[in-house]
Each structure stands twice: as C-alpha cells, then as structure tokens.
Design a protein around this ligand. Structure first.
Ligand SMILES: NC(=O)C1=CN([C@@H]2O[C@H](COP(=O)(O)OP(=O)(O)OC[C@H]3O[C@@H](n4cnc5c(N)ncnc54)[C@H](OP(=O)(O)O)[C@@H]3O)[C@@H](O)[C@H]2O)C=CC1
Ligand SMILES: CC(=O)N[C@@H](CCC(=O)OP(=O)(O)O)C(=O)O
Length: 319
C-alpha cells in the first residue's frame, strides 16, 4: 500500500494557507495533520476546504505543533512569525520537513531554496528537511531571467504587478479594495525584499519595482535587459525552449502573456520575447498566480521532492 504523509499547516486562515488546504485535500499521498489559526480556532476546516471533513482549526503554540510530529509542516506566516515554530520543531521533531513561505530563510544557506525548475535545485530538495519557499514576484522574475542570465549585462529592470492578495489578510492600503479600485499602486520603488532575493540567487543585481493592481490575484512581470552582445530572437527563444521544454509548470509562448492568463493556473507563462536595438536589448514577460506558483503550488512541489514523491503529485499541469 502506498504511504500517506501527515502534513501540518500553521497560518491556515491566510490567503496562501487556504490554497494549501485545497491542495492538501486533493493530494493523493497527503493527510492534513492539523490546521492552525488563532482566529478560526474551533471552527471546522470544511468551511474553508469542503473536501476536508472532521478537522477543526486549532490555535497551536509552537510547542504543541511540534509535539504532533507530522511528517511535514508548512509555515504560512508573516515574516518574523515562524522562528518560534522552527525552534520548537528543531527541539522536539527535527526530522519533520519544514517549508517556510516567508522571506525569513531565503537568505540562509542552511535552508534549501525551493524553486525546483532552476539552479539544479531538485537534487538539493530531495530529502531536504528545511526549505525556504521563494517569493511570488521573485519566482516570476527568476523564471523570466534565468535562461538569459549568462548573456545579459547591467541591471535588468523588472516591472511587477500583483493582485492585492499578495499583501495578505492584515488590512493595509495595499489590500484596501476601495483605494485600489481603478488604480495601480506603486510601492517599494527600490530595495524590495524580492529585489534582494533575485539578486542573491541570480548572482546579479536587478532593479525591481512592484505595484498592486485591483484584482484579487495574479502577477505579471515585464523584464527589460541589455544583452552583452548582439543575439538574434531565434537564439534567445532557443534558450527559453531549452530551459523549459521539459518543465510541465512553465509554458513558453510567442505572445506576451496578460495578467489574467496567469491567474488561477498552477504554473507560469513566459512570452512576449522581443529583441530590439541592434539585437542588444531584450524584453520578456512572465505571468503566474501569486498564491499558486508564487506560493502554495511551489510549496507542494517542494514537499513532494523532500518526501520522495513525484514532484507534481497533487498538482495538475496547466497544459
Ligand atoms: N500572499 C501571497 O501572494 C504570498 C505570500 N507569501 C508569504 O507567505 C506568508 C503568508 O502569506 P499570506 O497567506 O498572504 O498571509 P496572511 O496575512 O493572509 O495570513 C497569515 C496567517 O498567519 C497567521 N498568523 C499571523 N501572525 C501570526 C503569529 N504571530 N503566530 C501565528 N500565526 C500567525 C494568521 O492567522 P491567525 O491570525 O488566525 O492565526 C494567518 O493564518 C507570508 O510570509 C507571505 O509573505 C509568499 C508568496 C506569495
Ligand atoms: C502585493 C504586496 O503587497 N505584496 C507584498 C508581499 C509579497 C509577498 O507575498 O511576499 P513574499 O512572497 O516575499 O512572501 C510585498 O511585496 O511587500
């Protein structure tokens, strides 16, 4: 009989937590061990994920969560809130696989960086016990830039827009639907945490400016990069085809993806490849869902790899 893995979830009320509940419910080898939310404690998980019956949300302390000793636990918490849980698991359940969705461990070499399609990460993720899930914009920007990283120079410029679910459930101007109606809200004009994250992993500085758009979810990044020497469009296309031909979650197309193309899908779409100005300047776009490939779907890829399962178990490829 095939093995079932128990999966704990801390931060289950949040936007990424809700997506994780659905993915865990639909996964052939996962069983929800617990779903922790302080606000929803005592209410049935089925109210959020009808597929999961007989489980209530609980408000678990770090020690209580670790004492359950699940096979894996996902931390879907704001930056800074996960450290107490990590410490408790280190003490009481060091073999539990932890996947952290915040930015807290993305710069920590003791944690595997979980972007399976890039950097030969799959080898490092197989059997990993501590995994930092990448940022949502950072995933899109790296997928767009990585195939050409060796042939560009200077600072590529990344213009990003995200749905307001990217700002989480805590009320702020960035998820205020009245302030966002008919609007586009620029913020963190330089030095956003994802600018540092992409710079660290691509080993090249980038210039990134995020914006919030009025829809609930969906990310679109538009990248401009200067090529270090003239390169034909066909040669650039070949680099993307080579990088992603065998990646079921990354689709490369000729047309520029629009925001809505990436919303609600499990993977990412790269397109709009354009080479201009004597073949020295490149434009490329990437669309994804911030809550899916930008967070929960990528977390399930990472859990699958860490637990020795098929990377796409419980995930439907979009094509
Ligand atoms: N939203 C997105 O598009 C993406 C988010 N991320 C990252 O994932 C993480 C979660 O994001 P998101 O789901 O949007 O966040 P939300 O604000 O929607 O949810 C946060 C969750 O954490 C719980 N929580 C908050 N503070 C604490 C605390 N101190 N101790 C225990 N639980 C706490 C909240 O529930 P309760 O108060 O009921 O306990 C809630 O369930 C963040 O680090 C975010 O940066 C990553 C990629 C994309
Ligand atoms: C739209 C919006 O406000 N986004 C937030 C959080 C994005 C996000 O989810 O951050 P991580 O993926 O790094 O956790 C921001 O950029 O500050």
């Amino acid at each position: 009989m095939s093995q079932t893995f128990s999966i704990g979830l801390i931060g289950a009320r949040g936007y990424t937590g809700r997506e994780l509940l659905k993915l865990i419910a639909g996964h052939p080898a996962f069983a929800l061990a617990f779903a922790s939310s302080r606000e929803l404690a005592g209410t049935p998980v089925s109210a959020m994920a009808p597929e999961i019956t007989g489980v209530d949300f609980e408000a678990l302390s770090p020690q209580e969560a670790a004492a359950r000793r699940p096979d894996a636990c996902v931390l879907a918490l704001p930056d800074g809130a996960g450290a107490a849980f990590v410490a408790a698991f280190e003490a009481a359940a060091p073999d539990t696989v932890l996947v952290d969705l915040s930015a807290d461990y993305r710069f920590d070499d003791a944690w595997a960086y979980g972007l399976p399609e890039l950097y030969r990460q799959r080898e490092g993720l197989a059997g990993a016990r501590r995994i930092a899930n990448p940022g949502c914009y950072a995933t899109a920007a790296q997928l767009a830039l990585h195939p050409v990283n060796q042939i560009i120079e200077d600072y590529p410029s990344v213009f990003g827009v995200s749905g307001y679910s990217g700002a989480g459930t805590t009320p702020s101007r960035k998820n205020d639907t009245d302030a966002l109606a008919g609007n586009l809200m620029p913020y963190a004009l330089s030095g956003h945490k994802h600018e540092h994250e992409v710079t660290r992993h691509l080993r090249r500085p980038i210039a990134f400016t995020p914006h919030v758009h009025p829809a609930f979810s969906g990310i679109l990044v538009t990248v401009h990069a200067r090529l270090s020497q003239p390169v034909s469009l066909d040669a650039v296309k070949a680099l993307y085809d080579e990088a992603y031909a065998h990646e079921p979650l990354v689709q490369v197309q000729d047309a520029a993806p629009e925001l809505k193309d990436g919303t609600g899908i499990n993977g990412a779409i790269i397109g709009g490849l354009t080479v201009i100005e004597d073949q020295r300047r490149l434009v490329v776009l990437c669309a994804e869902d911030n809550l899916l490939k930008g967070a929960a779907v990528q977390a399930v890829q990472n859990l699958n790899l860490a637990l020795g399962l098929d990377e796409l178990a419980g995930i439907t490829a979009d094509r």
